[in-house]
Design a protein around this ligand. Structure first.
Ligand code: ADE
Length: 231
């Protein structure tokens, strides 16, 4: 059976996941450390994508072409957007949109040129399994589902957050990688799912909230969810 990829953007989000692998071996490719090992009998490739859509696309392509993974699961943190999506809540993505993509008037705002769509869905079955793992691992956490917004911006002002909420009223959260993974996985027909713990509200307090959360909670949440997912 082909391996499954477990990805996070930052070291703090993946450290505790790597600690779960008893036998991981490092392979350096495309300037990244890919950790090949096992968890609950399943072959796993764990890697840090680094931050942003281009870094995410590079990582997704490497996982698919070089490591031949049969599916990709992303874990990490996000900024809460919609009302009621609060720090410590968990968001499982049903689809992704690039909130900073705008080729209008040639193409409608948000539409990925020549794909005829702005939204790329995650894999339904993998996403259900991931949501079930969240409920098992973090039974007290509030779980949100929906269209997650990705862009090459850390959203750190209430003004920008409110503009995003107006433009994408259904989006529970904003982050910087998911839409790139979703598009590359769509291109290759590889199932993709993503979970994000809310580290901040993408508002004027986002910077401090993010740093506090990433040092303290993010890694434990990621590890608990991934452990339950692969169990
Ligand atoms: N990831 C976590 N918080 C974020 C924010 N406020 N903006 C973009 N990505 C994030």
């Amino acid at each position: 059976r082909k391996p499954i990829a477990i990805v996070a953007a930052m070291q703090q989000e993946l450290a505790a996941v790597l600690a779960l692998l008893p036998d991981e071996a490092k392979q350096v490719y495309a300037g990244r450390d890919f950790w090949v090992g096992h968890l609950h009998g399943r072959e796993v490739v764990a890697v840090l994508s680094r931050i942003g859509k281009v870094a995410a696309a590079t990582t997704a392509a490497a996982l698919i072409e070089r490591f031949q993974v049969d599916s990709i699961v992303f874990t990490g943190v996000a900024g809460g957007l919609a009302r009621g999506v609060n720090v410590g809540d968990v968001v499982v993505a049903d689809a992704f949109v690039q909130h900073d993509l705008d080729a209008s008037p040639i193409f409608p705002r948000y539409e990925v040129p020549l794909y005829g769509t702005s939204n790329f869905a995650t894999d339904a079955a993998l996403t259900e399994r991931l949501a079930a793992a969240v409920r098992a691992a973090l039974p007290a956490a509030r779980l949100h589902r929906g269209l997650v917004a990705s862009g090459d911006r850390f959203v750190s002002s209430s003004a920008e957050s409110q503009a995003l909420q107006l433009a994408l009223p259904d989006a529970p959260a904003v982050e910087m990688e998911g839409a790139a993974f979703a598009q590359v996985c769509h291109d290759h027909g590889v199932p993709f799912a993503a979970v994000r713990t809310v580290s901040d509200r993408a508002d004027d307090a986002a910077h401090g909230d993010f740093l506090r959360f990433i040092e303290d909670v993010a890694s434990r949440h990621s590890a608990a969810i991934i452990e339950a997912f692969l169990r």
